[in-house]
Design a protein around this ligand. Sequence first.
Ligand code: FA5
Ligand code: MG
Length: 419
Amino acid sequence: LRRHRSTVAATPSEIPILGHSYPTDSYTNITPTIVSKLSRRLHAQDGHPISTLRSLIENHFPDYAHLSSLSPVVTPYQNFDSLSFPADHPGRSKTDSYYINKDVMLRTHTSAHEVDVFTSGEARWLLTADVYRRDEIDASHYPVFHQMEGANIFGTDDASVGAVERDIQRLERQLAESNIEIQDVQHITATNPAQPSHDPRHSEIAARHLKLSLNSLMYELFAGVGGATKENPLQVRWIEAYFPFTSPSYEVEVFFRGKWLEILGCGVVLQSTLDRSNVANKMGWAFGLGLERIAMILYSIPDIRLFWSEDMRFLSQFTSGKISTFKPYSKYPASYRDVSFWQPDNGIHDNDVYDLVRDVAGDLAEDVAVIDRFTHPKTKRHSTAFRVNYRSMDRSLVNEEVNALQDQVVSRLKEQLRV
Ligand code: FA5
Ligand code: MG
C-alpha cells in the first residue's frame, strides 16, 4: 500500500504558476497541461494567426486603448462577482472552471477584467487574452482559447451623447456604401430590456452604436477575405441573448462559406459594473469575441489544436499582418533517403530530378532538397546530393515501401538522366 501510494501523483501542497507559488486546496483542479499553456501567449507571437487577427481588429479601432498583457490568474470576484454573476451560477463550479485554489482561478472570459480596466480610467479599449474553460473536446473546442473584449463608455451629458450620435451617423454612411445585409433584432424588447437606471433613449443610442461598430468590424474582417458583392453581400445576423452583466444583450452570427457561425456576445454594460469601477456617471457597451472561431474561418484552419503547434510546417505558413489560406500537412512521420551522383558531362537541372522523383513517388514525396554540391579539385567533375522526404498524408509508411521507391529513383536516375 505504501509503495502504491507513493506512485500516485498527489497534489503538491504548493504549485508554481507564472513565477508565483500558490497553496493548493480541495478546489485545485489545474493540470500540468494547462499550466504549460499559460506562458505561450499566442496572441502576442508575431506572425501567429491569433496575433495577426488581434492586430487587424486593433487597427479597426485606432483610437481605443489596446491591452494584451493582463495575467490569466484572477479571483472569482473578478471573473464572476464584479460582473454580477449570481452566487449559484454553474460557471463558478469546479467542473466548469480551472481553480488554482478556492481564492484564485484562471479567467474564463476577458470580461473578468472589465472592472479593472474601467477603474484604471480607460473609456474605450480592446483587451486580448487567453481564457480557460473545462469543456468538451473536439475540433472546435479546446480548454484554452483567445478572446478579445471591447468596450466603449460615454457620459450621459448632451455633449457626450451628441458625439456618439455623430459617430452613429458616420458608421451608417460607411455601411450604406458596403455590400452587407444585416438581419437585425429590435434594440430593446420586453425580454431584452433597457436597465431601469438608464434613460431608454440613451440605452437605444448605446445599442445602435454597438451594433454599427460591430457590423463595420465584421465587414472589414469577412468581406475582405470572402469577397462581398452587391449580388452576394456579407450576411450578418443579430440575435437576442442573455449575459448576467449586460442588458440588453445580443449575439452576432456571420454567414460564411455556407454556414451561420457564432462570433461574439455583447450588450449594454450593466450599470452596477460601472458603479464598481468609479464611473457611475457613464454608460456604454461591451463585446467579447472568440479569436479562434474567426481565425479558423478566415485562414481555413480545420482544427483548433493546430494553433498550439510548434511545427514549422504550421508556423512558417503565416506572415505577420496578412490573412492567408492554410495548407494542410501530414501528421505522419517523415522518412528520409539521400542519393548523390556525379553529374553527366552536359549536366542536369535540379528540376529534372524533382520531376523524376514526383513521377516515381507521386504525393508520397513531400519534398526534395539539394543538401550538397561538390566539385572535384582535380577532375573538375560536379556531384550533387539530394534528400527525398517521403511522407503520406494519411498513413505511416513502412521502410520496405520507401526503400522500393528510392531504388526506383536511383535506377531511373541512371537510365533516364544518364548519371
Ligand atoms: C462570453 O464569454 C462573454 N464574456 C462575452 C461578452 C462580453 C458578452 C461582453 C457581453 C459583453 P461566450 O461564452 O458566449 O460569452 O463566449 C464569447 C465568444 O467566445 C463566443 O461567441 C465564441 O466565439 C467564443 N467561444 C466561446 N466558447 C468557446 C470555445 N470553447 N472555443 C472557442 N471559442 C469559444
Ligand atoms: Mg455563447
